[in-house]
Design a protein around this ligand. Structure first.
Ligand code: 26Q
Length: 824
């Protein structure tokens, strides 16, 4: 009888309008007469939210009923960006919404841009998690994301006098996309002591007592798939003081201040996202965040499993947990603790379950990014977990010793505990030992982890434990949403939008490479996208850039290994060359706009210096009348997901120029090529596979290879280093004060000149500037350039995150898509 009352999703313009008005007038209690764009955003978002909720509930019912194995994706970062545009496109109603909003006097773009980005992540790793959620829903996998509901996401970046300034990102003011579940809570324990006890069967059990308890409250975010009713769940945990006797006692005892302080301390756990990208700093609060989130998530997963009344040995047939880097490694220890201490399974049986449940994805080989936690800190915060880690280590080392009795150092090398002062827990080793599979994120990277940082573990665990799953991106957000005109053009040629669900279909585009109309539209769309970016640049910086110039873009977190310094030194080199030209010659070079964007971790001084240099160079070059349109330098402040959606479609060339062997994969490289831009890059990360797919005639590769890096560094270290002569001229210009007080940049120059040039900026400089000249040459021939762009897009099918998720599902998780019957 209930069924006839259950809500039905709207499909018509008139229904959208009705819902829009209803939400503005009742949910938001606002008058239609003072409905501004922000209110319009709220109204339309709430209307679409209702629609998602209906499918979301049905999806959860369907998945419970199907009772299949589920995927749990544990990530401390989910860089979701905006939700409204995505929701409208996924249900196929953006056009209808556009008309409805039009009737009501709004432009849909203006309404969409009112939404605050959900920026719960730093960069690539967090955005990858978001793309994976999109693909898992689109492919109808029963999957949950688990993360933290930070009150402050990644900081907002402003540029003041050329310096980065960080502004807190308080994003929860009005967030219609999250649902508090005040009934879904987990108490999480910290500190305290462990006592041994004998149970009735005479076995020793461990009781973790005392310390403090913090409550985790679930906030759920619906994740709609594209063109499917499947709407999965992202569960984010928020921390709160437990409302137990503890506080009441304090209140009653008149200790009001300390009760409030306790409350604040509890809420601090989920207060802020750590803004480091590829750097580990061992702060206790970060460890607290990790355990808080792992404990709450594991409790939730186990609770769901127990509802099925299955035997424990079936746990790995019902549950696959993927660890996004080592940040959730404590989940391994927590599951072992639940099974042994609470469910009283035997150690070996429990460990068998654990090691068949987890998979670990590694995203870096940089030594400074490998997580380690001090033993004393862990002893204090998580005393029982440390015991379990020691036991895991003991059994592991015993097995290693048995198999490698003659290797005298191997135990020290592979021990989870590093024998330093203080001792450290090596989280990656724990993750490897506790997982069924370990994967890297691009072929080169997966090979590198096997031959360098995890070499011993390949010998010990066998090569089958280590595998590669090359990253990908969701074509829904990164083509259809970011570049609707290009998506539409492609659809018009391929007979519909099927490529958005099967990106390999793009290959049919090559058949149209000589289609004049098609090429004309292609070029027009690129120019439109560049014009849109130029407009933003004008508004944000005041600089006018010529949309017909070559747009050269490098947007990503600022890091020495990503080598924005190489790029800006190259820009200075170009500037010096222009200045040295006879004025009559100045008509010749290809006009270029060098566009940078990205945040520096607030404590990373060298990265901040690079930002400062870029801005100083920009103000000198952009104001130099000798240069005019030939060269402009732009720093786009506050690079984030929604800026990326505008920038990626607007590049002619983008830069992915990390020192070979340092960038695990990179994913923006894929976004730019998919949007019809070419790339200049090193043989690193996924650049290598992109080259293999699109053909080496369609990419500009330069620089030393990963295999040569070690020897070059070694040579520098022993004094065999000579600054490249072109780079020397660039340095002279900086030292001469061309871009302001040279002292400002002394540390940056000396990291190259006198501190062994760890990232090989000088070694790669000549190759870089020569390759940039080849880019100029190629761009002069617009027809050939367009050939390259179209061919590249046509060959990008491999880099869909749908392919990636299918590989994980088949080779790591062993999960099946839900059968959607006729519905899909
Ligand atoms: C660790 C400990 C304490 C505080 C912060 C961190 C931390 C936070 C974020 C460490 C690393 C990260 C992020 C890493 C990251 O984004 N890696 C990127 O992952 C992408 C997706 O696989 C790859 O494409 C990039 O190559 C890789 O750099």
């Amino acid at each position: 009888a209930w069924r006839k009352y259950s809500a039905k999703p709207f499909t018509q313009k008139s229904e959208i309008e009705l819902e829009f008005v209803r939400h503005i007038e009742t949910t938001l209690a606002r008058s239609l007469f003072n409905c501004d764009e922000l209110a319009a955003y709220s109204g339309i978002a709430l209307a679409f939210r209702d629609r998602l909720i209906i499918e979301w509930n049905k999806t959860q019912q369907r998945q419970t009923f199907a009772d299949q194995k589920r995927i749990y994706y544990l990530s401390l970062e989910f860089l979701m960006g905006r939700a409204l545009d995505n929701a409208m496109l996924n249900v196929g109603l953006k056009d209808v919404a556009k008309e409805a909003l039009g009737d009501l006097g709004f432009r849909i773009e203006d309404v969409i841009s009112q939404e605050h980005d959900a920026a719960l992540g730093n960069g690539g790793l967090g955005r990858l998690a978001a793309c994976f959620l999109d693909s898992m829903a689109t492919l109808n996998y029963p999957a949950w994301g688990y993360g933290l509901r930070y009150r402050y996401g990644i900081f907002k970046q402003e540029i003041v006098d050329g310096y980065q300034v960080e502004i807190p990102d308080y994003w929860l003011d009005f967030n219609p996309w999250e649902f508090p579940r005040h009934d879904i809570t987990v108490n999480v324990q910290f500190y305290g002591t462990v006592n041994k006890q004998r149970d009735t069967q005479g076995r020793t059990t461990h009781i973790w007592q005392g310390g403090e308890t913090v409550q985790a409250v679930a906030y759920d975010v619906p994740i709609p798939g594209y063109g499917t009713p499947t709407t999965n769940n992202l569960r984010l945990w928020s921390s709160k003081a437990t409302s137990g006797e503890f506080n009441f006692q304090k209140f009653n005892a008149g200790d009001y201040e300390s009760a409030v302080a306790d409350e604040q301390r509890a809420e601090t756990i989920s207060a802020v996202l750590y803004p480091n990208d590829n750097l580990e700093r061992g702060k206790e609060l970060r460890l607290k965040q990790q355990y808080f989130w792992c404990a709450a998530s594991l409790y939730d997963i186990v609770r769901r499993f127990k509802k099925t009344k299955r035997a424990w040995n079936e746990f790995p047939d019902q549950v696959a947990i993927q660890l996004n880097d080592t940040h959730p490694t404590l989940a391994i220890v927590e599951l072992q603790r639940i099974l042994v201490d609470i469910e009283v399974l035997e150690w070996d049986e429990a460990w068998h379950i654990v090691t068949h449940t987890f998979g670990y994805t590694n995203h870096t080989v940089l030594p400074e990014a490998l997580e380690k936690w001090s033993v004393p800190m862990m002893q204090n915060l998580l005393p029982r977990h440390l015991q379990i880690i020691y036991d895991i280590n003991l059994f592991f080392l015993q097995s290693v010793e048995k198999r490698f009795p003659t290797d005298r150092d191997i135990l020290a090398r592979v021990s989870i505990i590093e024998e330093s002062h203080p001792k450290m827990v090596r989280m990656a080793y724990l993750a490897i030992i506790g997982s069924q599979k370990v994967n890297g994120v691009a072929e080169l990277h997966s090979d590198l982890i096997k031959t360098t940082i995890f070499k011993d573990f390949v010998d010990i665990c066998g090569p089958d434990k280590f595998t590669n799953v090359t990253n990908g991106i969701t074509p829904r957000r990164w083509l259809h949403q970011a570049n609707p005109r290009l998506s539409e053009l492609i659809a018009s040629k391929l007979g519909g939008y099927g490529f958005l669900k099967d990106l390999a279909l793009l290959e049919e585009l090559e058949d149209f490479i000589n289609d004049k109309e098609f090429r004309k539209s292609w070029v027009e769309i690129k120019l439109m996208n560049k014009t849109r970016l130029a407009k933003h640049i004008k508004e944000a910086t005041g600089y006018q850039v010529n949309p017909n110039a070559l747009f050269d873009v490098q947007v990503k977190r600022i890091h020495e290994y990503k080598r924005q310094q190489l790029n800006i030194f190259g820009v200075i080199h170009r500037y010096l060359a222009i200045k040295a030209m006879d004025p009559k010659e100045r008509a010749k070079p290809v006009p270029r706009v060098s566009i940078f964007g990205g945040k520096a971790a607030p404590g990373y001084w060298m990265a901040k210096t690079i930002i400062h240099l870029i801005n100083k160079v920009a103000s000198v070059i952009n104001n130099d009348p000798d240069v005019g349109d030939l060269l402009k330098v732009i720093f786009v402040a506050d690079y984030n997901v929604s800026k990326a959606e505008m920038i990626c479609p607007a590049s002619d060339i983008s830069e992915h120029i990390s020192t070979a062997g340092t960038e695990a994969s990179g994913t923006s490289n894929m976004k730019f090529v998919l949007n019809g831009g070419l790339i200049i890059g090193t043989c690193d990360g996924a650049n290598i596979e992109i080259t293999r797919e699109i053909g080496e005639q369609n990419i500009f590769l330069f620089g030393n290879l990963a295999e040569d890096v070690e020897e070059l560094r070694h040579r520098h270290y022993y004094g065999d280093f000579k600054l490249d002569m072109h780079l020397a001229k660039v340095f002279d210009a900086i030292k001469g004060g061309m871009f302001g007080p040279p002292d400002d940049f002394a540390a940056l120059l000396s990291s190259v000149e006198s501190h062994s040039d760890y990232y090989l900026v000088s070694d790669d400089f000549l190759s870089y500037i020569e390759t940039q000249e080849l880019v100029d040459e190629a761009f002069r021939n617009q027809d050939e350039w367009t050939d390259k762009c179209i061919t590249s897009v046509a060959r990008m099918g491999f880099f869909s995150s749908d392919r990636v998720i299918t590989e994980y599902a088949e080779s790591i998780w062993n999960v099946e898509q839900l059968d959607m019957g006729k519905e899909n």
